[in-house]
Design a protein around this ligand. Structure first.
Ligand code: FAD
Length: 462
């Protein structure tokens, strides 16, 4: 049974028990911690606590557990599924002040960090030793390690390098009952016992709080080549993805921008191939610039055979960065086209991408809504955006249900990287059988008998 919104009396006792811990119940802070980037609505926290140490986290969870007060862990609130939006008030537990890079061991390809470290700072710490931490959600300048672990975040290079789960070796994790636990390992291999690290990664703050992470690093590729490939339309671009992968080539990124996304970023100076109605961003890497460009040429040969109009390669680092800056700006650019939009994050098997994109657009068109699709198309991970006017909200909800149903019908999943959170829990049963949902709830109950840990997330109400 999940904890519900506590009374003022209970919260006064919690506050008194947390003397010495940094906290506030000011309205401005409570309001700030009731939002993330999802637009999901929850119940504002009654108290915002800023942990300065693992001991603070343990104290908060011990008190919350005893008083049955909901606790929502919070990173940088860049989440897109409402994971850090409290569903039942209680405590918002911010980890943003735990920002130490504890140690980096270059010859062991390992870094140990606290959860509030920004991904950008992990990259910088690794790069100082010629190393690289590949997970690259487009929010990397602002999101925290803890948030990316809880969401199992991925990004453009997941196609070749995988997602966060592939890089977390070990964790310090405070159980919802307030006891700290060390799980996983420091070595690159290890299979002792159940893989609790993998269970925690992607658990969306429902199994406890990560207070330290041991992450795997890899040597930074010395050469990277990036190209823009224009196609007459989105279907042709999607078919080319299968052609590239079917030819035995594995670029590190294959990103799609459809016609609506291209219209949104028009005027931002991207050197688009002329006549393009859709674009793939292709990026290859290797041990030298020459080898990266050699791979890009091989991809070019395949995409031209698959109907590409033209290929424009970035000639230097600033042109490369320009392409990625524009790619990162697609979501805000779509919002400028339509202030009201919902961004979905479905995944379909790659062979079904052309069909999925066409059906999503047709479903939108049938009710007069514009659907934009962009994202990590090489992984089949589509950011399908529905643009709408405020009076069309009810239509949008129906359309989203249809998009999720088509995704599952095509053999896909309702979320590839943003998580279920509050935003998608009503769709979970499209994909998962009741027995599976019950089993996961039981598992959650084992870790969190009092039901205090981020209640109201992932699973539909019983
Ligand atoms: C512009 C933009 C681009 C994005 N691009 C991508 C992308 O390419 N790929 C992608 O995967 N995501 C992307 N996202 C979504 C988001 O950035 C990720 O989900 C990210 O992992 C969230 O990190 P955060 O620090 O903001 O966490 P928050 O949003 O604060 O929290 C996310 C979840 O993690 C939990 N949590 C946070 N810290 C901890 C902790 N220490 N212990 C336990 N649980 C914790 C929270 O309770 C919540 O459930 C994007 C978001 C934006 C705004």
């Amino acid at each position: 049974m999940e904890a519900s919104t506590p009374s003022a009396e209970v919260m006064a006792r919690v506050r008194a028990a947390l003397t010495g811990v940094e906290l506030t119940d000011e309205d401005a802070a409570r309001e700030r911690f009731s939002r993330d980037e999802s637009g999901c609505e929850g119940v504002a926290p009654q108290l915002v606590v800023f942990a300065r140490s693992e001991d603070d986290v343990c104290r908060v969870l011990r008190v919350a557990n005893a008083e049955r007060v909901p606790v929502t862990p919070v990173g940088a609130r860049t989440g897109k599924s409402g994971g850090s939006v409290p569903a039942a008030g209680g405590i918002a537990l911010s980890l943003e002040k735990l920002t130490r890079v504890v140690e980096i061991v270059p010859d062991e390809l390992r870094v140990v960090v606290e959860p509030g470290v920004l991904l950008a700072d992990v990259y910088a710490a690794a790069e100082a030793h010629g190393l690289w931490y590949p997970p690259d959600p487009n929010s990397w300048p602002t999101c925290t390690v803890g948030g990316t672990i809880a969401e199992n975040a991925g990004g453009p290079v997941a196609l070749k390098y995988g997602v966060t789960r592939d890089y977390v070796l070990g964790l310090r994790w405070v159980l919802p009952t307030g006891e700290p636990l060390t799980v996983g390992r420091r070595t690159s291999k290890g299979v002792a016992g159940y893989d609790l690290v993998s269970l925690f990664v992607g658990s969306e703050g429902t199994l406890g709080v990560c207070t330290q992470a041991t992450l795997r690093l890899v040597p930074k590729p010395r050469g990277v080549a990036t190209g823009l490939v224009g196609f007459v339309d989105t279907a042709a671009a999607c078919r080319a993805v299968s052609a590239v992968l079917g030819a035995g080539l594995l670029p590190r990124c294959l990103e799609l921008l459809d016609d609506v996304a291209l219209a949104a970023i028009a005027g931002q100076g991207l050197p688009l191939p002329s006549g393009a109605g859709a674009v793939l961003i292709v990026e290859t890497d290797g041990h030298s610039t020459e080898s990266a460009f050699e791979q890009l040429l091989r991809v070019e040969a395949v995409v031209r055979g698959a109907g590409a109009l033209d290929v424009v390669a970035a000639q230097d680092e600033s042109q490369r960065e320009r392409i990625w800056a524009v790619r990162r700006s697609v979501s805000p650019a779509l919002r400028r086209l339509s202030p009201q939009k919902i961004s979905e994050d479905v995944v379909v098997p790659r062979s079904r991408i052309p069909e999925a994109v066409a059906r999503f657009k047709a479903l939108g068109a049938a009710v007069g809504l514009t659907v934009a699709t962009y994202g990590h198309v090489g992984d089949g991970n589509l950011h399908t955006n529905v643009l709408f006017a405020p009076h069309q909200r009810a239509l949008v909800d129906t359309l989203l249900g249809q998009l999720m149903a088509v995704t599952v019908e095509l053999g896909g999943t309702i979320t590839g990287e943003h998580g279920v959170g509050l935003a998608k829990k009503q769709y979970l049963s499209l994909e998962q059988a009741p027995l599976l949902v019950t089993l996961q709830r039981q598992l959650q109950g084992l870790f969190d008998p009092a039901g205090v840990m981020n209640p109201g997330k992932i699973f539909p109400a019983e």
